[in-house]
Every structure is written in C-alpha cells, then in structure tokens.
Design a protein around this ligand. Structure first.
Ligand SMILES: Nc1nc2c(ncn2[C@@H]2O[C@H](COP(=O)(O)OP(=O)(O)OP(=O)(O)O)[C@@H](O)[C@H]2O)c(=O)[nH]1
Length: 401
C-alpha cells in the first residue's frame, strides 16, 4: 500500500507525478483529450489575435505600421492554425511537448511585437497580456511547465518592449509589472492545483483498480486452494478415484434417489485376485501401477451416472443407479474382461490380472447401503472361494440358504 502511495506521489511545485513511469502513464491516458483541447483553444486564440487587425485599422489607418502589423498578425495566425492542425493530427502530448509549447511562444512574440508598432495603446495591450497570461495557464491543459515558461517570456518581453518603446515612467512600469506578477501567481497556482488534483484523482482510480486486481487474484488463489483441498479430501491419491468416504456419501445419495424414484440400484464390490503375489513378484511400485490401470479401465466401462471409488487396498466399489440385474451382470462381466485384457508393461507379460466381483441389487425394497455392501461383500468372498475371476450376484434364496 505504501509503495503504491510512493508510486503516485505528486510533486508540490510541478504538479506532476514524481515517478516518471506514473507520469507517462497519466499523460498517455489523457493524450487524446489534451490534443483536442490544445487544437481547439489554439485555433480560437489565433482567430482572436487576427481579429485585432480591425482595431489596428481604426487606430492607425492605412499606413506603414498598419501593414507591418497586418503582416505580423497574418504570419502568427497562419502559423498558429498550421500548428493547431499538426497538433490535432500528430501532437502526442507525452512525447512532443515542444509542439504544444511552440504556438504559445509564437502568440507571445506576436503580442510583444505590437508594442513598438502601437505604443500609444499600451493600456489595451496590458489587458491583452493579462488575459493571454491567464489563458496560457488555464486553457493549455496539463502543461504547467510549458505554460509557465511561455507566460514568463510574454511578460518579461512585454515589459522590456514597453520600457523601450512606450515611453512610460518607472511608477507606471512598476504598476504593470505588479499586475503581471499577480496574473502569473494566480494562473500558476490555479493550474498547479488543477494538475495535482487531476493526478490525485488518477492515482485514486488506479489504486482502486490495483486493489481490485489483487482481490481478484486472491479470490482465484483461494478458489484453486479450495479445489485442491476438495481433491485431497475426496480423491484417492493413487488412482484418482473417489476415496472411500466421498464414495459412501455419493452412493448414499444415489441409493436414496433410486428409492424415491422406485428404480433398482446396483452395487459392485470388486477385488483384484492374488494381488499380494503381484506385489511379491514385481514389487509394490509395479503393483501400484496395476492398481491404477485397473481403476482406469473400470471407470471407463461405466455409465456417466455410475459412481466408482476405491474402498481400500486392492478393493474397488461401484454404485449403479437405475440398473436391472441383467444389465448389472453384463456390466460386471465386461469390466472383468477389460481387466483381463489390460495392456501390460513388457516386464509383466506373464501376469494375467483378474478380478472377482460381488453384486448386490436393491430392487424397490427399503434397504440401507451398509446391508447392500455386506451382501456384495458376501458375494465377493463366495466368488473367491469358488476360484476367483468371476462375477457373483446376490439373490434372495442365497441369503435365506
Ligand atoms: N502395491 C500396492 N499394494 C497394496 C496396496 N494396498 C494393499 N496392497 C496389497 O494388496 C495385498 C492384498 O493381499 P490379500 O488381501 O492377501 O489378497 P490377495 O493377495 O489379492 O488375494 P485374494 O484377494 O484372496 O485373491 C496386500 O499384500 C497389500 O499389501 C497399494 O496401494 N499398493
């Protein structure tokens, strides 16, 4: 936060950002507006300056001074209009500050040059210089240094020419100087205040935007942490299947839903045969690999609505909502076959993986998940006893027998 503040610190005298990066960013953000405003004000100022030719005519009549003034005014107006056009087209405020300064110096020169040609109308010219000074400060936006230098040039030049050509006494000179100093101080302070206020507003907006950005990043980070935590809490680290706890939650919901809808619900208990021998022969690392592959093919065999999980060790469980006993038998047989066809690593070519699957079906009766699991488990062990690599389904008679 404090580094942000330092980043957007405004200089007390120039009204600009102390850091050049921030200043360039600010200038870029207002470049097109400044270009338009400079172009507009410059055109208006040039036209007003030109229109004073009418008063020259009434004051001087047609004589050499009038023609000189007219030539000077025409030159200044023409150049100013040309520069206004150039600024409007290409006047990048951040890189071509001189282009914005040039017309001010031109206008100032024009105003100064009137003094020797019309020395008798000095009071009018003093008013014009005061107005021009204020206009430099207030109408040339965001260029405090440029406006200050141009105003100082105008004021000092005017005073010098007034002293040289207008034959005024020291007291009148002092009065004019004080008036011009006042105009400069007022103009400078007003523009300084405006510039720093605009930059402070810009800084506030950016700080807010940066904070929003940070907040968004924080939210995204938290969301990703949440997802990671959920994965850790719900997934089995080795196979990526649902872990036992999460599987039980999902299976419970599916069973309840099936009972509400009055549709059958199937449950598989799958156990890898002779898995200890696999571990003993090829080591635990390859044993892990076999478990992962079996988990993969099992998951691929199922419908999107079925839910599979690792129950523990080399045991997997599957919940199959809305499935008939015949379909359940078919799915289990397909699953057993997929495991038998498992593509194996070269070193494990002699391995013939197989699984025994116990199935229990909840028809429409009110039965809980624990009972279903225990029935499927009984069938699993019955299959193991009968020689493994088989599918055994729970049927009522068997329970009674
Ligand atoms: N590599 C590996 N082995 C595991 C993992 N979890 C359990 N096991 C092993 O799986 C083996 C299971 O052995 P048993 O319960 O005797 O069953 P089995 O050898 O598959 O024999 P049957 O189930 O009767 O066909 C044990 O040796 C466990 O150490 C595991 O995550 N990775």
């Amino acid at each position: 936060m404090s580094s942000l503040k330092a980043h957007y610190q405004v200089h007390w005298l120039t009204g600009q950002f102390c850091e050049s990066g921030s200043e360039s960013m600010y200038r870029r953000s207002i470049a097109s507006r400044v270009r338009f405003e400079s172009c507009l004000y410059l055109t208006v100022a040039a036209l007003i300056f030109g229109m004073f030719a009418i008063s020259d005519y009434y004051l001087l009549g047609i004589n050499r001074e009038f023609y000189l003034l007219l030539a000077m005014r025409t030159g200044v107006v023409g150049l100013c209009l040309f520069l206004a056009f150039v600024i409007g087209r290409w006047g990048g405020y951040s890189s071509k500050v001189w282009l914005h300064a040039l017309p001010l110096w031109l206008l100032a020169t024009g105003i100064i040059l009137i003094v020797p040609l019309r020395p008798e109308s000095l009071p009018t010219q003093v008013t014009a210089v005061v107005v021009a000074t204020m206009a430099f400060y207030l109408l040339i936006p965001n260029l405090l240094t440029v406006a200050t230098l141009a105003s100082l040039y105008l004021n000092i030049g005017f005073l010098a020419f007034a002293g040289l050509f207008a034959e005024i006494g020291p007291l009148a000179m002092l009065r004019i100087a004080l008036l011009l100093i006042m105009a400069n101080v007022v103009g400078f302070c007003a523009l300084l205040r405006l510039e720093s206020l605009q930059r402070k507003q810009f800084a506030l907006l950016h700080e807010e935007r940066d904070q929003n950005q940070q907040l968004h990043e924080e939210i995204a980070h938290r969301k990703s942490l949440e997802t990671q935590l959920r994965v850790v809490a719900e997934r089995d680290a080795l196979t990526g299947l649902n872990n036992r706890g999460h599987f039980m939650k999902l299976a419970e919901k599916l069973l309840q839903h099936s009972q509400r809808e009055k549709v059958p619900f199937g449950f598989f208990m799958i156990d890898v045969d002779h898995f200890k021998a696999i571990n003993d022969t090829w080591g635990h690392r390859r044993g892990d690999w076999v478990l992962t592959k079996i988990a993969e093919v099992c998951a691929e065999c199922l419908r999107p609505t079925d839910v599979i999980g690792r129950f523990g060790g080399e045991e997997f469980v599957v919940a199959l909502p809305n499935i008939s006993p015949e379909d359940a038998q078919m799915v289990a047989e397909r699953l057993k076959q997929q495991v038998a066809d498992l593509p194996l690593q070269k070193e494990m070519e002699t391995l013939c993986p197989s699984v025994t699957i116990g199935i229990a079906i909840a028809h429409t009766e009110d039965i809980d998940l624990e009972t279903l699991i225990s029935r499927a488990d009984q069938m699993l062990y019955s299959g193991k006893r009968k020689g493994r690599n088989r599918v055994v389904m729970y049927v009522k008679e068997e329970e009674e027998g």
